[in-house]
Structures are given as structure tokens and as C-alpha cells.
Design a protein around this ligand. Structure first.
Ligand SMILES: Nc1ncnc2c1ncn2[C@@H]1O[C@H](COP(=O)(O)OP(=O)(O)OP(=O)(O)O)[C@@H](O)[C@H]1O
Length: 326
């Protein structure tokens, strides 16, 4: 029998005290990030929070004002060239040239990476196939849909086989089907061992893909954790009872305590963690009290609740969720 000792995977990306200001505007106020190799990390934040700035710094496009930064085990300040060789970046502005075909775009990337001709052609064909672009490969990229263009963009960044990928809002503007296709591709990349650093404004995207999420707000990391850990930080779980008859509604309100009522919608919200045990006792209690609602629904907190609580001016003097998770 062999015993295995659990060791933490090495960090693909690590930032300590990352700081960046533009003029007198501090965008990143000394943030720490730690992304284990082979995982998806999502940086969430409202518009202008500094997500793109963080990506640009970590991908060597912009220099930080301060901070110890390591990407792929390389010190970003000492060896940016080694970092560049280890990463791929797709930004909000595509590298795709619309005037040439998808295939030609791929070949251009292979040449930029100095791949031998035969190997470059082979890698391009394999990636075009992987990203469902073989059929369209010989058409000018300008004729591609938004989703196809985005897929080509990612395929192009993969030509050099980067182990660490920065995807800056990869699904912004895509329709639901294209978003799901992109999610599948990102999962496949990680299953193959890549590390993905993803910025997004879509909470469901972070919920779907990310092993860990950091919420960026006012230059600082307001909280980090898995989607489930973050959801546990905010209250918001409740059972909602809806009545069609105002008489039944008023009778219920008269006997219920610690609930939120909506006289117009004829609804009552009862705080609840949504567990089977609590729901059973709640239903028993409602039966005993003679309360009979026309509709009952269970609401568990989602990332929207977390996001708005952390970035929307919640009372920060009483909630310090970042400490709860560390
Ligand atoms: N080169 C620059 N010069 C001056 N200010 C800048 C520069 N780049 C970014 N900023 C400012 O820094 C802040 C953060 O911008 P950044 O693009 O990183 O945010 P973001 O979180 O990616 O936003 P979005 O979701 O809108 O893309 C913004 O207020 C922006 O105006």
C-alpha cells in the first residue's frame, strides 16, 4: 500500500502587494493573488475596477508600481521574457486580422512563434479543428460571427502552447450558445493542464468555471474563495410565500414574525438556509398556524447577492468577509 501526502499544487500565478495607480487614481491598492496551476481563477469586479489592468500587468504589457509578481514560476520584474514565453493572452480587443482567412491568421501566429513550417501547419490545423473552425478556415475572418472570431482569437493564442492563459472577458457580447461553447473549451483546456486567469462581469460565468474567485472592489480584493464559499458569506437565503388572496396574506402576516412582507405582491420572505430539515420544520409550523400559501419557492444566495453585497456599498464596518475566509 502506498500512502500519498497531499501537497498543494504549485502556484501558476502569484501576486503580493500588487499596486498600480494612473496619476492620482489608485486602481490596484496592494492586492494579493494566488492561482494554483491547473485551475481556473476568476477576477470579478464592476466596470473600471481594475481587472484589465491586473491582466495587463501580469502579462507583462504594463508595469506595476509595486508588488512581488511571479507567473509560471518566473519573477515578472527580473525575467519578463520567460513570463511571455509561458503565457497566452486574449484581451477585449482581438488580435484577429479580418482581411485574411482564419487559417492564415493561425499560420501568422505559428511564424511569430518561430515554429518550423510543417509543425506550424500541423498545430494550426489541429487547433482550427478543436475550435470548430475547420469549415470556415479558408474564409476571411471578417466574415466570421462574434463567437467564431473569439474562438479564432483563443486558438491563435494557443499556437505557442502556453500553459497559463489570461482570458479578459472572453464571452462579452456572445450569445448564450456561443458562451456555452466557450465555457466547454475553457474546461477542456484546464482538463489538459492549463491554468486560466479569467476576468468577467458575468457572475454565472465565474460560478460555472472558476475554482476560485476574487472580487475586486475599490482597488482591493473584497473577498476570495470558491463560489460556494462566497455564497455562504452573504445572507439572502429565504423561503418566499406568495398568496393570491389578500385575506389569506393578511392572516399569514399576522402570525409570522421576523419576515419581510410585500403588501403589493402579496408575498412574504422568511429567512432560511434552505436545508431539508429547516424546510420541513417551516412547513410543519405553517400547517400548524393555518397558513396556506398559493406558491412556495426557496431562494439560496447566488453570486449576484455576493457581488452586490461586496461591491455595492454594503456596510463594510460590520462585514469583513475576507477575514472569514483566510
Ligand atoms: N492607461 C491608463 N491611463 C489612465 N487610466 C487608466 C489607464 N488604464 C486604465 N485606466 C483606469 O483604470 C481604471 C481601471 O480600468 P480597467 O480597464 O483595468 O478596469 P476593468 O475592471 O477592466 O473595467 P471593465 O470591466 O470596464 O473592462 C479605470 O478607471 C480606467 O479608466
Amino acid at each position: 500500500m502506498t500512502t500519498t501526502t497531499a501537497t498543494a499544487p504549485p502556484l501558476a500565478i502569484e501576486a503580493r502587494g500588487l499596486r498600480k495607480a494612473f496619476g492620482d487614481k489608485t486602481v490596484l491598492d496592494g492586492i494579493d493573488l494566488a492561482v494554483p496551476a491547473g485551475s481556473v481563477f476568476s477576477l470579478l469586479g464592476p466596470n473600471g475596477a481594475g481587472k484589465t489592468t491586473a491582466v495587463k500587468i501580469l502579462s507583462t504589457l504594463v508595469t506595476a508600481d509595486a508588488g512581488e509578481l511571479f507567473v509560471g514560476g518566473h519573477d515578472l520584474a527580473a525575467d519578463p521574457q520567460a513570463v511571455r514565453a509561458a503565457i497566452g493572452v486574449t484581451g477585449q480587443f482581438s488580435a484577429v486580422d479580418g482581411l485574411i482567412t482564419g487559417e492564415e491568421n493561425m499560420h501568422l501566429m505559428a511564424d511569430l512563434h518561430h515554429l518550423p513550417r510543417r509543425e506550424g501547419r500541423r498545430a494550426a490545423a489541429a487547433l482550427l479543428d478543436r475550435f470548430d473552425l475547420t469549415e470556415a478556415a479558408r474564409k476571411p475572418a471578417a466574415t466570421y460571427s462574434g463567437g467564431m472570431r473569439r474562438r479564432l482569437d483563443i486558438a491563435m493564442t494557443l499556437v505557442g502552447s502556453p500553459r497559463i492563459l489570461f482570458l479578459d472577458e472572453p464571452t462579452t457580447g456572445l450569445d448564450p450558445r456561443s458562451r456555452h461553447t466557450m465555457w466547454r473549451m475553457i474546461r477542456d483546456l484546464v482538463a489538459d493542464g492549463a491554468t486560466v486567469f479569467l476576468t468577467t462581469q458575468y457572475l454565472d460565468e465565474a460560478d460555472e468555471l472558476a475554482d476560485r474567485i476574487a472580487v475586486l472592489s475599490e482597488g482591493r480584493i473584497a473577498a476570495t474563495g470558491s463560489a460556494d464559499e462566497l455564497k455562504r458569506l452573504v445572507p439572502g437565503g429565504h423561503v418566499r410565500l406568495r398568496f393570491t388572496d389578500p385575506v389569506g396574506y393578511r392572516a399569514a402576516v399576522a402570525v409570522l414574525r421576523d419576515v419581510t412582507t410585500d403588501d403589493e405582491a402579496l408575498t412574504v420572505r422568511i429567512p432560511s438556509d434552505g436545508t431539508q430539515r429547516e424546510l420541513r420544520s417551516l412547513l410543519d409550523w405553517l400547517d400548524a398556524a393555518g397558513v396556506e400559501a398559493d406558491e412556495l419557492s426557496v431562494h439560496t444566495p447566488d453570486l449576484d447577492d455576493v457581488f452586490f453585497a461586496l461591491t455595492g456599498g454594503a456596510d463594510k464596518s460590520t462585514t469583513r468577509p475576507e477575514e472569514a475566509l483566510r
